[in-house]
Unconditional design. Sequence first.
Length: 387
Amino acid sequence: MIRRSRLFWILLAMGVLALAGLFLARSAGDDTELAAQVRATPRSIEGFTRASGPQPFDFPTDFGPHPDYRIEWWYYIGNLDTADGRHFGFELTFFRVALLPANLAAPRASDWAANQIYMAHFALTDVSGGQFHAFQRFARGALGLAGAQASPFRVWLEDWQVAQAGEGIYLLKAANEGLALELRLIDRKGPVPHGEEGYSQKGPDPGNASYYYSQTRLQVEGDIYIGDETFAVSGLSWSDHEYSTSVLSAGQVGWDWFAIQLDDGSEVMLYAVRRADGSIDPFSSGTLIEADGSTQTLGLEDFAIETLDLWRSPHTDAEYPSGWKLTIPSAGLQLELSPYLLDQELKLSTIYWEGAVEISGTQHGQPVSGVGYVELTGYAEPFNGDF
């Protein structure tokens, strides 16, 4: 996303610290102490590293965590089919939030002590079943409950995890309330930096930026479990990894983010940051990734997004765009995106719409089709300009 930005663009405006704090505030029982700790943590970014300019990625190190930055997320989405055409979409996202800069975090004797809080979202779209399911979890980065590492790459929260199983090969697992994923992902293109060498600026204020790359074509095979049914599936996944300390600027209230995977082997990432006055922020951006892996950075002047329909949530009464026409003149692309299901709203500690879409259109006048994911934030509740 701008990840998105993942909810951290997942989301992008409310701030994962605020997001985690809200989630923890709604938790009860044994989580009371952890919730209180997060709520009491100062919102100041002083002492954290900020994204201040281009900084080429160093892999495999940059697959892993960056604890000097306040917020970080690893985001996986995908569109999968059974052999007889039953379609599924999925999301599995892990968020890391630092409570204090490392130099201010005093050593503590308890094994439960942690300066990093992790949160994860798991969602499954069952198109034929007409069902959308979403779950969230959180844990402190202590006692092996949650964490991330670079080599071999692994990010996890309890038994939800993505783990490297070889060069460019990852195993993704998640299960909750009778639903489960067990998927094998193979990276066919490698990491794609966005912006200027991965430096993705979100606004005019110094440091309101992130370091952001994607793995835009992950070939997938595996199984989806729904109750006592098992579905062998294959398809495509997309991964975002983004880290920052502060992202959105004042007046920015949310974003619309698009991940597009076309059947000619190309991909597109676009995000439009919305302002409180209804305009689109000039720092909105995107990347066009050709089938051979070459890229073109897109500014706001290089693309157009037209909303084709609206959908009102029966759960929150929020009104979301639902159906889009995307135009990228330099690439000869005219695409229409339609949700596989209208209701793919995650009603979690932060309410947002994130769902699978099907794509049709033309490129230089020739038919093209594909699949993708769209993320819509700031519609059900305003973001406060702090990631």
